[in-house]
Design a protein around this ligand. Structure first.
Ligand SMILES: [Zn+2]
Length: 88
């Protein structure tokens, strides 16, 4: 049996992490692949964008949409946010 490799983030090329979907969410999936690389351009650019346009101190990380294979923004409010729910 070959182990399934984690997909690579289209923005920074790092392996994405399995992130457990909160039970309170309406998503039908058990987990998503999310890029938790703090140097990811997608994430870094999010801080600037949200601060400029919405005066919000927050950002988003790249969450892989299983259907389209594309990045969907997952909002985070700090660099540590949501990291407790990383499975692998
Ligand atoms: Zn990334």
């Amino acid at each position: 049996m070959k182990e399934e490799n984690a997909p690579l983030c289209p923005y920074c090329g790092q392996e994405m992490k399995k992130w457990k979907v909160p039970v309170t969410s309406t998503w039908p999936d058990e987990f998503f692949y999310v890029c938790f690389n703090d140097d990811c351009p997608y994430y870094i650019q999010g801080w600037t964008q949200l601060q400029t346009h919405q005066q919000t101190k927050a950002s988003y990380r790249c969450r892989l949409d299983p259907d389209s294979g594309k990045c969907v923004p997952l909002p985070v409010w700090s660099p540590e946010a949501l990291k407790d729910d990383i499975i692998a």
